[in-house]
Design a binder for this molecule. Structure first.
Ligand code: FES
Length: 148
C-alpha cells in the first residue's frame, strides 16, 4: 500500500528535531485527525540552509514531513513556497489516495514557518500571509500558535 520511499522516510525520518536558532517556526494541525507538525527553518540570505521537524501523527504525516525538510533545504524562500503537497507526495513515489490529505500538513507547515520568518523580519504587510494558501482544499488544516 505504501511505496518503499514512504516506508523508508517513516522508519528512518530525516531531519527530526529542533533548530535552536531557527528563524522561522511554523506549527500546523489537522482538525479532523488531531495530527500536528512543527517545522523549524534556518534561513540565511533568503536561502533555507537547514530544516528540521517534529510530527505527532500518522506514518504518512511523518514521511511527508521528512521529505518536505529534504525538499526545502537549499531552496530560496520563493522556491520553497511553491512546493505543493502533490510535489511532496510525488517525491515519495506517491501516497495512497486516502492518505493524500496527510501531505497537506507538510505544505502548510512550510508556509507557516516561512510566514513566521517573514513576520519576524518585517517582510509581511499587516494581514498578509503565505499560509492558508494551500494549493489543495485544506479546510481541515489550521495553524497553531505556540501559546495555544
Ligand atoms: S491521518 Fe492525520 S495527517 Fe495522516
Amino acid at each position: 500500500m505504501y511505496s518503499e520511499k514512504v516506508m523508508d522516510h517513516f522508519m528512518n525520518p530525516r531531519n527530526v528535531g529542533e533548530i535552536a536558532d531557527a528563524n522561522g517556526v511554523g506549527q500546523v494541525g489537522n482538525a479532523k485527525c488531531g495530527d500536528i507538525m512543527k517545522m523549524y527553518l534556518k534561513i540565511e540570505n533568503n536561502v533555507i540552509v537547514d530544516a528540521k521537524f517534529k510530527t505527532f501523527g500518522c506514518g504518512a504525516a511523518v514521511a511527508t514531513s521528512s521529505m518536505a525538510t529534504e525538499l526545502v533545504k537549499g531552496k530560496t524562500v520563493e522556491e520553497a513556497l511553491k512546493i505543493t503537497n502533490q510535489a511532496v507526495a510525488e517525491a515519495l513515489d506517491g501516497l495512497p489516495p486516502v492518505k493524500m490529505h496527510c501531505s497537506n500538513l507538510a505544505e502548510e507547515a512550510i508556509k507557516a514557518a516561512i510566514d513566521d520568518y517573514k513576520r519576524k523580519n518585517g517582510l509581511l504587510e499587516d494581514g498578509e500571509s503565505d499560509s492558508n494558501s494551500c494549493s489543495r482544499r485544506c479546510d481541515d488544516i489550521h495553524r497553531i500558535d505556540d501559546d495555544e
